[in-house]
Design a protein around this ligand. Structure first.
Ligand code: NAD
Ligand code: IPM
Ligand code: MN
Length: 360
């Protein structure tokens, strides 16, 4: 039976980077005879403009029916001033994550050796970097109730969110992280704020309980402020990091810069069965949208993750990752990863170069 891939380009640079990723997906689809059916739907600001909602019913139905989803990015200044907070582009993305139970977010920060000089850190600090951030994606302060803005006595406005995790949610993401560490270098660092927040005292307790089932994995703990500092001081000390939704959001953007650019960091968001949504970690980059200069590699590498995790096509995934490496060997660079002596490439030139490498 053929498998269905749903593509959600979204906003800003979303459609530009997804166009290149789609070319790559179509190429391996025929090269490896994968029989994938590819469909496209609206999400985010583009969906608000067309239907009034960031996640139209048709898009959610297509997402449920798909075997895997590829998303570009959502959001932008055009939609920031809509007074109803439920009608924000980001709600489209959060709505899919939540409705499909995509709790397990894998964000691998790997430095391609060719980009050691593109990182804002010294090459020796990042050379050989290969870390995995496992972020809980459907709970924590992003989804906790109650939330909102209310008027206190005296007419003072007060904004509030709730940082909550139950032990089952913690155990579920913990298992993803322990399993990942087991398949890698067997070191797991759990990142929390257990010196201040009770919710993360429980987080730490549950991680310790779980570690009894993984005696081969070395578990350590770090406060999130120190983790942010250690990521830019000596990032290679980490193998797998596991953390909650908001800390993971922040730490993964920091980790992205270790790889040269946020335009290099792919991600997978998985449910309990391995069905997933795949997206670059970056956003819609309104500052460069429409200029054809965005780096499409994070999205192309997200296609590779999709083939590996949801479409049982690991050879196709390997081939895409090797093609990306070859393109970097050819010294082609989008602006975000440019360094001395390299050749400038636009978004589509980068995508075309990956295609040439796949067809070589
Ligand atoms: P951003 O990630 O969009 O951009 C941050 C900086 O990184 C910008 O200078 C941008 O030009 C650069 N950048 C990002 N991706 C790039 C790429 N592929 N190539 C080259 N440079 C790239 O973050 P932001 O500016 O804080 O957010 C912009 C909008 O995107 C907001 O509406 C935000 O909510 C949304 N957002 C969406 C997602 C998502 O859809 N997954 C993720 C993050 C932010
Ligand atoms: C990400 C993004 C999203 C998040 C936003 C756009 C909802 O920043 O995927 O990292 O915070 O999860
Ligand atoms: Mn983010």
């Amino acid at each position: 039976m053929s498998k269905k891939v749903l593509i959600l380009p979204g906003d800003g640079i979303g459609p530009e980077i997804v166009r290149e990723a789609r070319k790559v997906l179509s190429c391996v689809n025929s090269q490896f005879d994968l029989g994938l059916e590819i469909d496209e739907q609206l999400v985010g600001g583009a969906a608000i403009d067309a239907t009034g909602k960031p996640l139209p019913d048709e898009t959610l139905a297509a997402a449920r029916a798909a075997d895997a989803i590829l998303l570009g990015a959502v959001g932008g200044p055009k939609w920031d001033s809509i007074p109803d907070f439920a009608i924000r582009p980001e709600k489209g993305l959060l709505g899919i994550r939540s409705a499909l139970g995509l709790f397990g977010n894998l964000r691998p920060a790997i430095l391609y050796p060719q980009l050691a000089h593109a990182s804002s850190l010294k090459p020796e600090v990042v050379a050989g970097l290969d870390i995995l951030i496992v972020r809980e994606l459907t709970g924590g302060i992003y989804f906790g109730q109650p939330r909102g803005v209310r008027i206190k006595e005296g007419g003072v406005r007060e904004g509030f969110n709730t940082y909550v995790y139950d032990e089952n949610e913690i155990r579920r993401i913990g298992r993803v992280a322990f399993e990942a560490a087991r398949a890698r270098n067997k070191r797991l660092c759990s990142v929390d704020k257990a010196n201040v927040l009770e919710v993360t005292v429980l987080w730490r307790e549950v991680m310790i309980e779980l570690s009894a089932e993984y005696p081969d994995v070395e578990l350590s703990h770090m406060y999130v402020d120190n983790a942010a500092m250690q990521l830019v001081r000596a990032p290679k000390q980490f193998d797998v990091m596991v953390t909650g939704n908001m800390f993971g959001d922040i730490l993964s953007d920091a980790a992205a810069m270790l790889t040269g650019s946020i335009g290099m960091l792919p991600s997978a968001s998985l449910d309990v069965n391995g069905k997933g949504m795949y997206e670059p970690c970056h956003g819609s980059a309104p500052d460069i949208a429409g200029q054809g200069i965005a780096n499409p590699l994070a999205t192309i590498l997200s296609v590779a993750m999709m083939l590996r995790y949801s479409l049982a096509a690991p050879e196709a995934a390997d081939k895409i990752e090797a093609a990306v490496s070859q393109v970097l060997d050819q010294n082609l660079r989008t602006a975000d990863i440019m360094s001395a002596g390299m050749q400038a490439a636009s978004t589509s030139e980068m995508g075309d170069a990956v295609l040439r490498a796949l067809n070589a």
